[in-house]
Design a protein around this ligand. Structure first.
Ligand SMILES: NC(=O)c1ccc[n+]([C@@H]2O[C@H](COP(=O)([O-])OP(=O)(O)OC[C@H]3O[C@@H](n4cnc5c(N)ncnc54)[C@H](OP(=O)(O)O)[C@@H]3O)[C@@H](O)[C@H]2O)c1
Length: 248
């Protein structure tokens, strides 16, 4: 068997970037992906500097076609390096928010396209090959907003709640072939993407028992566990990494 390779979508920044670095340190070859090639190549360079293996494959994930293309290019990148694409982390997402009334249809479609349709077609195009090889691991990065109502995050939360249901569907569908599928639901995490939330992030964190804002590495650690063999008996789980917010 060749080198285990992971495709981490949205790994040019934040949680995805931290996940790419963490997996590379564990000896996994990582396909870093996102729209921004400059930031993507920086992540790849950092992985190389640490002695790890990585490639950048650009993608603007917005529909089925973009997911099909990324799946094909990532598979090709893995195989031309002598590996197999055994791990998929569906992390790329957009978090457009606002009141329900006045939400443009184009915003609704963009959120659902990137956060739900693209992961669906990535799995549709990558999981069968994992199943044929007898194993693989997929993690969908969800959100606290998929479990509790957070003001202004209705469409975003709905897109991720649907993704969480797909986690269970896919765990049932691909489990008999050895492919595990889990979700991680982060609470407030300090990333370039969440910077715009300003004080709201702190207020959200204060509502949870642990009371602090996570670092991207805190979420990456949970993702890395779920894709590792340490979690070989874990599938169909939606794991809250939210400082205890959903426990109270
Ligand atoms: N930060 C939080 O508090 C928090 C809380 C709960 C859940 N989450 C979830 O965690 C994940 C990562 O969020 P983050 O906070 O790390 O955000 P971030 O720093 O903004 O990173 C988002 C990543 O997604 C990529 N991306 C966005 N749109 C894309 C598109 N159309 N096609 C391809 N890639 C795209 C971005 O890459 P490019 O810009 O290069 O395209 C970037 O690498 C998301 O799924 C988010 O919903 C975050």
């Amino acid at each position: 068997m060749g080198t285990t390779t992971a495709l981490v979508t949205g790994s040019t920044s934040g949680i995805g970037r931290a996940t790419a670095l963490k997996l590379a340190r564990a000896g996994v070859r990582v396909i870093v992906s996102g729209r921004n090639a400059e930031r993507g190549l920086e992540v790849v360079e950092q992985i190389h500097a640490e002695g790890g293996k990585a490639d950048f494959v650009a993608a603007d994930l917005r529909d089925a076609q973009s997911a099909v293309e990324l799946a094909a290019r990532a598979t090709q990148a893995a195989e031309s390096a002598g590996g197999t694409l055994d791990i998929l982390v569906n992390n790329a997402a957009i978090g457009a928010g606002g009141p329900t009334a006045g939400t443009e249809e184009s915003t609704f479609d963009a959120v659902l396209g990137t956060n739900l349709k693209a992961p669906f077609y990535l799995v549709a195009n990558l999981a069968p090959a994992m199943a044929a090889r007898g194993g693989g691991a997929i993690v969908n990065v969800s959100t606290l907003a998929a479990e509790v109502a957070l003001p202004g995050l209705s469409v975003y939360g709905a897109s991720k709640a649907a993704l969480d249901l797909l986690t269970k569907s896919w765990a049932a569908e691909f489990g008999p072939a050895g492919v595990r599928v889990n979700s991680v639901r982060p609470g407030p995490t300090r990333t370039p993407g969440s910077e715009a939330l300003g004080e709201v992030l702190e207020q959200l964190a204060a509502q949870a028992p642990l009371g602090f804002i996570a670092d991207p590495e805190d979420i990456a650690a949970v993702i890395a566990f779920l894709v590792s063999d340490e979690a070989r008996f874990v599938t169909g789980v939606i794991l809250d990494a939210d400082g205890g917010r959903t426990a109270v």
